[in-house]
Ligand binder design. Structure first.
Ligand code: TXA
Ligand code: MG
Length: 345
């Protein structure tokens, strides 16, 4: 069956309520959020949730985030709502922060991959919020890409990966942030399992202490278990080969990339994803500027889309590491994983 892809702004009420009823009946709908597009199903219906894993080709040991439109929903999805979670919800919801705590018994095993915890998030997007309230249930939704591919930041990316595999896509235009939410575990000392646009520095305005799980920047060692199962799987990998230049000073990363681009020039078509600070160093080389190193959040909206797009015509993509301050941690996490930790220095 063909996937229905609809521009929501043609008729906001009609398309969100149509999508809500597809979800209630056990179907799958991709929808925009402020981070990336999600692939949703009724988060309380085990068989609906399983359709997400099939459509994405997602390993079933990788748990899903439940999306809610009302903070109160946390009361029935977790065993309790700890005080610290209330503070974080008030500070950051709706927004790009997923919170993990112990699950209640109404949450199906398929959502949590058998863990005793569940991640909750209230997205900051009108289409997503109205869809969740039309569905009348929490919506389980991973990013709406084929498993292992870069997350989709517009409806076309979703269609590229999912056409014919899901029931509907709500096209709400490009996502503003462009990388997935921060995932924070609250089952012990607060720990960032996946960095995002809500940074460690921002969390420390509300919390006394925040740890960063090693998986946020490093590949998993042999036999190691990930605090967040998703971190052990190959992620964000476009079709082209990706290299990340280590070093945060613009001249340094540019010098490394130029050296490798020249080495590869004879046999491979190379493209450099530059920043405002480095673009002038790459004269004579094929390069696109995707944002500013001084303001890492500006590099995020174009990242996944550019990885997809330039993979179609190039063999190699070069990227510049940012360093771990603020959103730099999240950006570096995504590009290191996209490259399979292919670091050049
Ligand atoms: O911004 C986002 O979070 C997007 C949009 C659609 O909301 N969703 C998203 O979902 O990125 P997904 O499934 O692609 O990534 C969720 C991550 C995975 O790494 C998963 O392993 C982790 O969160 N996760 C989910 N539930 C967890 C749990 N109970 N314990 C540990 N990690 C969990
Ligand atoms: Mg994902």
């Amino acid at each position: 069956m063909k996937t229905l892809c609809q521009d929501v702004y043609e008729d906001f009420e009609r398309y969100t309520s149509l999508a809500g009823s597809i979800l209630r009946e056990g179907g799958t709908v991709a929808f925009p959020t402020e981070t990336v597009y999600g692939l949703g199903a009724n988060g309380l219906d085990e068989s609906a949730v399983k359709k997400i894993f099939t459509a994405k080709g997602r390993p079933n040991d990788n748990p899903l985030i439940l999306h809610i439109s009302d903070k109160k929903d946390a009361e029935r999805l977790w065993t309790e709502v700890p005080g610290i979670a209330k503070k974080l919800m008030d500070a950051f919801w709706p927004g790009p922060l997923s919170l993990i705590y112990f699950r209640s018994n109404i949450v199906p095993d398929a959502v949590t991959a058998g863990l005793d915890t569940v991640a909750l998030r209230m997205p900051d997007n009108d289409i997503a919020l109205r869809l969740i309230s039309c569905a009348g249930v929490p919506i389980a939704a991973p990013s709406a890409n084929a498993s292992g591919k870069p997350s989709p930041t517009c409806a076309i990316h979703v269609m590229e990966d999912m056409d014919g595999r899901i029931d509907m896509v709500l096209d709400g235009g490009a996502c503003g942030i462009g990388i997935e939410s921060t995932v924070l575990s609250l089952t012990g000392t607060p720990a960032i399992l996946r960095p995002g646009a809500v940074t460690k520095e921002m969390l420390l305005n509300v919390l006394d202490t925040v740890e960063i799980a090693p998986s946020a920047l490093l590949p998993l060692g042999e036999g190691e278990t990930a605090a967040s199962p998703g971190m052990k799987h190959r992620h964000y990998a476009p079709d082209a080969e990706v290299f990340v230049a280590r070093g945060t000073a613009p001249e340094q990363s540019a010098a490394i990339i130029k050296k490798y681009a020249e080495l590869f020039a004879a046999g491979k078509k190379c493209i450099i994803f530059a920043s405002e600070q480095t673009k002038n160093f790459y004269a004579g080389k094929e390069c696109v500027t995707i944002g500013s190193k001084d303001n890492p959040i500006t590099l995020c909206p174009e990242l996944f889309g550019s990885l997809r797009e330039y993979s179609k015509n190039y063999d190699v993509i070069f990227l510049e590491e940012l360093g771990q301050q603020g959103v730099g941690l999240a950006y570096d996490n995504r590009i290191l994983r996209a490259s399979g930790f292919n670091i050049i220095e």
